[in-house]
Write a protein that binds this ligand. Sequence first.
Ligand SMILES: *Cc1c(COP(=O)(O)O)cnc(C)c1O
Length: 476
Amino acid sequence: MEKLLNELSSECQPAYGVECDVAINAQVPENLKRSIPLGLPNIAENDLLRHFTNLSRKNYALSTVFYPLGSCTMKYNPLINERIARNDAFNNVHPYQPIEAIQGVLEVMYELEKDLCEVAGMDTFSLQQAAGAHGELAGLLVIAKYFKSIKQKRRKIIVPDSAHGTNPASAAFAGFEIVLLKSEPDGSISLDKLKEVLTPEVAAMMLTVPNTLGVFEKNIDEISKLVHDNGSLLYYDGANLNAVMGIVRPGDMGFDVMHINLHKTFSTPHGCGGPGSGPIGVKSFLETFLPVPRVEKKKDKYVLNYKKSKSIGKLKAFFGNFPVILKAYAYVKALGGKGLKNVSEQAVLNANYMLAKFKDKINIPAGNICMHEFVLSPKTLFKNDIRTIDIAKRLLDYGYYAPTIYFPLIVDEAIMIEPTETESKETLDKFINVVNKIILEEFCRDPQKLKDAPINTPVRRLNEVEAARKPILKWE
Ligand SMILES: *Cc1c(COP(=O)(O)O)cnc(C)c1O
């Protein structure tokens, strides 16, 4: 176990580099000077450097290991885009600068909006939202305002059980009532069941495509017709657009509102709650309700338009998480249309390659073909009290970040894997071999090892909930 800095501190070890400059010290008035020492730990500079470097190495990161996390995946995040986001020309601007001085920033936003329209087949985008769920909320508020404007009382949102968990949460937050639609065993939507719940009170149906089983909804055209014939709108959860870019467009399939997670598909690594960006795209009849300010182009000048009387208002300070927007802009411009299509093809190919290698050995609830990710249910193989969590913990011993487990909720003992578009065949093969080894050999031969895992990590198996239930918030 690594010691804390306070534990490493020694009275007789002077720490270099933090001594106050004598000349500055002389200028500080006597009454403002510290009467007791600051209490910083005394640690030699090299020990301090080693302490933090060693701590950082105990972490799992995309830059050190394969990260097969399903659903909320970190996809292709070129490092060059991090450099671009740190460029002084963008990094030192302030949102209170006059509009003439931030023309470059507004141009990036204006251009990215147009590019996202092209990718998604929507008429216009708003970049303000800070996350996928924030985008959902914005989209649902737009839908609510639209129905209010045409004086229709519709307070229900249909959400299939194969949708991402944020969908029903956002709908509830936006004041709607949720109608849960049970999906078929292969994760698709039954048109008959949909007809049963499509009442005049339904404002919209939210679809996660591909859904959380990694399946593309085969009945989209029919669903779109049924929903629109009912006077309702169709919402596309496009958090994981790396499965379909350049191949199909939500706008062409009849979706009226959608969100994209720039921090998944468009080059921002994520974790620990941010920063993110969840742009929403809408068809032109909904544009008037989008959040303000809108970036507009008047002759050759970019302006911010706050005067939109029907807008749902402002959802975030200033104009959104600009560095994330900038990275997405650089990503789209660097890859171009062909490159984005290639991303999707590679993402789907990699996932299907892995799925094919598992399909004879492990139960796959949603069939043998997937989009960018897939779900395994190894339950039928379980012996000796072994469960999915034991497989995930054992993978840590082999140096992997564990895949998503126990999600989606509709699959028992789920393991959800997304290899992403940029991993090599060699990396995938190694991982497949390790999973098969754990499931086929260690399950039978060495069950206790799985129960004890992880064995090689800095800390062993932790109580998953203790830190939340009994937090220690004070240094004694
Ligand atoms: C990640 C994800 C979301 C939520 O995005 P956040 O940025 O975490 O709020 C919504 N839908 C799907 C399908 C996702 O994968």
